[in-house]
Write a protein that binds this ligand. Structure first.
Ligand SMILES: [Zn+2]
Ligand SMILES: [Zn+2]
Length: 147
């Protein structure tokens, strides 16, 4: 994300917390800043390291809690296969997240679909299953790495 996009995202977080009566704390803000500024999905350990550069090195539990909060409220997503996090580019809460992950350079792109594709939804419905969220990762080689 560009500096401008990050600033916008931080403002969204501030407004969101204000509206919902949630605490807008420095660890929550800085954690989101660090994840949004990272060019690649970033793991919790690296978030702690990066935060140590701009402020006193935080306690891991503080960062884990901030990550959990941001994930729960849709500001970041976890790339399960990498155990790493990316900032949400879709700008709102959505129950599903889909990513295209380049196996060579590690770039991740968020593909945004608000709803589960119909065929898949049908299969889920047929099992009587109650879906909470869904997550799809498509791995391959990005255009740049193919060149
Ligand atoms: Zn998203
Ligand atoms: Zn690539």
């Amino acid at each position: 994300m560009t500096k401008k996009e990050i600033q916008k995202l931080i403002r969204t977080l501030e407004t969101y917390c204000g509206d919902k009566g949630l605490r807008y704390t420095p660890p929550r803000r800085i954690t989101l800043e660090v994840i949004a500024a990272s060019k690649r999905p970033i793991g919790a350990y690296d978030v702690i390291e990066e935060m140590g550069k701009v402020t006193d090195k935080p306690k891991p539990t503080t960062v884990y809690r901030a990550i959990e909060f941001l994930q729960e409220h849709g500001f970041i997503h976890k790339i399960e296969s990498l155990s790493a996090f990316v900032a949400c580019h879709a700008g709102h809460n959505h129950e599903g997240s889909q990513f295209i992950v380049c196996n060579d350079c590690g770039t991740v792109e968020e593909v945004h679909l608000c709803h589960l594709p119909k065929d898949l939804q049908k299969k889920v419905d047929n099992t009587g299953f109650k879906m909470a969220h869904w997550n799809t990762e498509i791995h391959g080689t990005c255009q740049q790495c193919q060149a």
